[in-house]
Design a protein around this ligand. Structure first.
Ligand code: SAH
Ligand code: SF4
Ligand code: F3S
Length: 453
């Protein structure tokens, strides 16, 4: 008998970091089944699209990609080969049955909470003759209890999902429907995964959750831990040098988490804290459950705990009912807080969410206009923030080789990408870098021998 050729899987990931984490866990599940990763769908026996439903454009991309995969699958079929197509993630969860109806050439549709069953789906698909498999249930078992250990080749910076799902039901958002109810992994499971990542070379861990600071998991002793407690325990793991978490919600900052920013030098001075709008009217329509002043107060407390904290945020413009003065309040808040970075989006009505059906939808042209104005303001602030680093020496965690020879790419404590010219230095090392250039979204500099500030 000849040696069996390895099967190839190509996973394409859309959307947020949680999807990136999930995709890597899918690869962990497939590896014992003999799947190695393919660089492109052309060379794959199995193609998985891990999809995002957050805005209309994100979902559209999936259908256009599926159109291309259909042709590829047909070509392969004519040559006597077989390619399985699987769609996972949030579009699959939201539109499972419709998706199979619209794209009947798809073999498997599964949601964010059922991907631990992938091996079973594949076995069924191998036997099935053309009928699609659909599983977008919210199973009673936690998928995290059924995933194998992560592979042993972590990068210098690794993601770790600690919390999932959302009970907040902002009126614009699909996440509570696609990811399900809030769930926190037990701390012992998280600590074990973090230790394995550290042993595999990770120096930085980004804790992930749709509402990561709503974390309330069982402690190793069976009590309840908040995110502050979890960060304290993680900061004691030798080898881990940097901790971050995302995405946090303004409503879930407790004293213990704020104190963690004061007490834990490993907790990096950068925080993504979406506010969406600066107008209380709009925040109320959005069901954000906080006011603009609540947000200001949290920022003030955080900055008191960690004066060098840099903030980033998300904004939605053109939410139904948003008036010109509401938008002006958003601009005012941006100027006042001074964000190091921010992402802004035109409101995108999502099927099944309350805001999609209300009167007072803002015309597309007005949304586009507001987006432009906001993005200009934000990019000015980003540039100002980055220019403040010119001539400074910052500790950079090296992550990978750069495009030019002698160049490495890493991250500053503030999560800026830094291109480093260095004679030496390897992945996972933190080196002092003198910043000499400021680009649109990254910094550039040279490795120096000076002690780290
Ligand atoms: N849990 C996070 C947000 C997760 S979604 C929080 O509560 O802040 C990521 C971002 O996508 C949101 O912050 C929001 O700015 C944007 N977003 C979500 N739904 C959207 C919609 N329907 N239209 C436009 N932007 C949206
Ligand atoms: Fe969506 Fe709101 Fe939950 Fe964030 S808090 S995931 S925006 S419903
Ligand atoms: Fe998108 Fe789902 Fe993440 S909708 S942003 S992939 S939680």
């Amino acid at each position: 008998m000849g040696r069996e050729l390895p099967k190839r899987v190509f996973i394409k990931t859309y959307g947020c970091q949680m999807n990136v984490y999930d995709s890597s866990r899918m690869a962990d599940l497939l590896s014992p089944l003999g799947y190695r990763s393919a660089q492109a769908p052309e060379g794959a026996d199995l193609v998985i699209l891990n999809t995002c439903h957050i805005r209309e454009k994100a979902a559209e991309k999936v259908f256009s990609e599926l159109g291309q995969l259909k042709r590829l699958k047909e070509t392969k079929g004519k040559r006597g080969g077989r390619m399985l197509i699987a769609v996972g993630g949030c579009v699959a969860q939201a539109e499972g049955a419709e998706l199979l109806a619209r794209a009947p050439f798809v073999d498997i549709v599964f949601g964010p909470q059922t991907y631990h069953r992938l091996p079973e789906f594949l076995a069924r698909a191998a036997r099935a003759c053309g009928e699609g498999i659909l599983d977008t249930s919210f199973p009673p078992e936690a998928k995290f209890d059924h995933l194998p250990d992560a592979r042993a080749d972590a990068g210098a910076s690794a993601f770790l999902s600690v919390q999932e799902g959302c009970d907040k039901f902002c009126t614009f958002c699909v996440v509570p429907y696609t990811r399900g109810a809030e769930f926190s992994r037990p701390a012992a499971q998280i600590l074990a995964e973090a230790r394995r990542l550290a042993a595999a070379g990770a120096r930085e861990i980004m804790l992930l959750g749709q509402n990561v600071n709503a974390y309330h998991g069982a402690s190793p002793e069976g009590a309840k831990w908040g995110l502050g407690d979890l960060l304290r325990a993680l900061s004691e793991i030798p080898g881990l040098l940097r901790l971050r978490y995302t995405t946090s919600h303004p409503r879930d900052f407790d004293d213990s988490l704020i104190a963690a920013h004061r007490d834990l030098p490993k907790l990096m001075p950068q925080l993504h804290l979406p506010v969406q709008s600066g107008a209380d009217r709009v925040l109320a329509f959005m069901n954000r459950q906080h006011t603009a002043d609540d947000y200001r107060r949290i920022v003030e407390r955080l900055r008191k705990a960690r004066p060098d904290l840099a903030l980033s945020s998300d904004f939605i413009v053109g939410f139904p009912g948003e008036r010109e003065e509401d938008f002006a309040a958003t601009l005012a808040l941006v100027r006042e807080i001074g964000f190091a970075q921010a992402f802004s989006f035109k409101y995108s009505p999502r099927p099944g969410t309350p805001a999609a059906a209300v009167p007072g939808q803002v015309p597309e042209s007005q949304k586009a206009e507001r987006l432009l104005v906001l993005q200009r303001l934000i990019s000015d602030e980003e540039r100002r923030f980055n220019e403040g680093f010119l001539g400074r020496v910052v500790p950079v965690l090296l992550e990978k080789a750069g495009r030019r020879s002698g160049q490495l790419v890493g991250k500053s404590p503030y999560f800026q990408s830094v291109h480093v010219m260095a004679e030496s230095g390897k992945k996972g090392e933190i080196v002092p870098v003198l910043i000499r250039e400021v680009g649109l979204s990254s910094l550039g500099g040279v490795r120096v021998e000076a002690a780290l500030a």
